[in-house]
Ligand binder design. Structure first.
Ligand code: ADP
Length: 437
């Protein structure tokens, strides 16, 4: 028997006992009157609280507990506890939902959900930009009324979604390439995932170009080499001719070796960890080394002058810095005609170290300057080849400088020479005083 029945029976028994006692002392009519009065009071009390409960259930006010005596107080208290538990559960579900939405919003990919009529139920901000949608305005709109590209409509209607669709973006994203894939779920509903693959496509095409360029660069000397080999094999040559052919073959082999060497240098630079930022270089020795190399390469055909501020030094990887700065100096020697002048300066500009190579060579037209550091970019192919160039020198320079957070600045005028300036950041620049300290 539960508490309600127990209480009702107890109060009825009490009422009966009290009425009997009153009956014994004051007579049956008074006892009956008392019993009726008690029942009326009880009925009124119950009706009042039933009414209150009804109103409470119709318009619940969370946190408000009506006070009442006896069983009604208990009922209100239990209801309040129940409401509190439900409220906590609803809040938990709401928080989970909002975290879920936040996570999908934070995704770098677009997410759109379609109902069973291909109407937009929800989409995140990225899908909005990819499809040129407005999540609020376009809700419940049929997606093909908004994304009208025929390829997309065909794909959506095909019901074959194993492959993704590559399409142009919409709205402001018209210049971008978007991949789209549909995933059916639930009852004829669809989840659409989108991704901006513009960069991916660009790097892929760069990779293809690079492979084509390398093949082309190696193919030319290889073709020449095999031609010479055929000549040597098939033609009866005198000793002088044989020597001449062998020398030319040697040149082509060296060219291929240089290309492979520079490609390996580039690959190592790309794969290596960043150079140390606290290893100070002995720039005096580095510059002396560069000066020797320049003089050897020039063989006295140019006026070469080095102006070095011994106090300035930088932190980094010595072999990389020597290779980058050396490339700029050897380019100046290689491209400057005999009798020209080359000035190399190592100095400080405010708190940054600066390396300047100025030559009186042919100069570079403005349209070529932004492309000089591209792999295999050359202004004059035959001149580059004649001087033993691979077309990779400035690409290596760019990589090394990037790794040292340094910048390359090229100033040039056709017919008036070129100036290549390297600026190291203050964070990598030091004075010898601090080196000694
Ligand atoms: P390369 O091996 O052909 O020299 P680089 O990457 O070192 O390749 O240089 C790219 C191109 O920039 C060269 O082919 C050349 O046309 C041009 N260049 C580089 N340095 C100079 C310079 N000091 N004067 C004129 N042209 C230069």
């Amino acid at each position: 028997m539960n508490i309600i029945w127990t209480r009702s029976i107890v109060s009825l028994v009490l009422l009966a006992a009290l009425s009997a006692a009153i009956g014994a002392f004051a007579g049956v009519p008074v006892a009956l009157g008392f019993a009726v009065l008690m029942l009326v009071v009880q009925t009124f009390f119950s009706t009042f609280h039933t009414q209150r409960l009804w109103r409470l259930l119709e318009a619940p006010v969370y946190g408000e507990v009506p006070s009442a005596l006896g069983i009604w107080g208990e009922i209100y208290y239990r209801l309040h506890k129940l409401a509190k538990r439900w409220h906590a559960q609803v809040r938990q579900v709401e928080q989970q939902h909002s975290r879920f939405i936040q996570a999908i919003q934070a995704s770098p990919n677009g997410v759109a959900m379609l109902d069973d009529h291909d109407q937009i139920e929800w989409c995140n901000a990225i899908a909005e930009t990819h499809f040129g949608l407005d999540a609020k305005r376009d809700l419940r709109q049929h997606i093909t009324h908004l994304v009208r590209q025929p390829d997309f409509i065909r794909y959506l209607n095909s019901h074959h979604y194993e492959q993704m669709l590559i399409m142009r973006g919409m709205g402001e994203n018209r210049q971008r390439t978007i991949s789209v894939q549909v995933f059916p779920y639930g009852e004829h509903r669809k989840l659409i995932l989108t991704q901006d693959i513009t960069e991916l496509e660009r790097t892929d095409s760069m990779r293809r170009d690079f492979v084509a360029n390398v093949s082309h660069e190696l193919k030319t000397p290889l073709t020449v080499l095999s031609g010479f080999l055929e000549t040597l094999r098939d033609l009866p040559l005198d000793e002088a001719d044989r020597r001449r052919y062998l020398d030319m073959m040697d040149q082509q082999a060296t060219r291929m070796q240089n290309i492979v060497r520079d490609l390996l240098v580039l690959a190592n630079l790309e794969g290596d960890i960043r150079p140390p930022s606290d290893d100070l270089l002995d720039m005096r020795a580095v510059l002396r080394h560069l000066e020797n190399d320049a003089n050897n390469l020039s063989g006295g055909r140019h006026r070469i002058a080095f102006h070095v501020d011994d106090a300035v030094t930088v932190a980094g990887a010595e072999t990389e810095v020597v290779s980058a700065l050396g490339n700029l100096v050897t380019n100046a020697v290689r491209y400057t005609p005999e009798g020209g002048a080359i000035d190399v300066t190592w100095q400080r500009e405010n708190d940054r170290a600066m390396f300047i190579v100025r030559d009186s060579g042919p100069g570079i037209a403005a349209e070529h300057i932004p492309r000089l550091t591209e792999r295999f970019y050359r202004i004059d192919r035959s001149r580059s080849r004649d001087t033993g160039g691979t077309g990779l020198g400035l690409a290596i320079v760019k990589h090394v400088l990037q790794r040292h957070h340094a910048e390359l600045d090229v100033k040039s005028e056709v017919g008036r020479g070129s100036t290549f300036i390297v600026r190291f950041p203050a964070s990598r620049t030091a004075l010898r005083k601090s080196l000694a300290a």
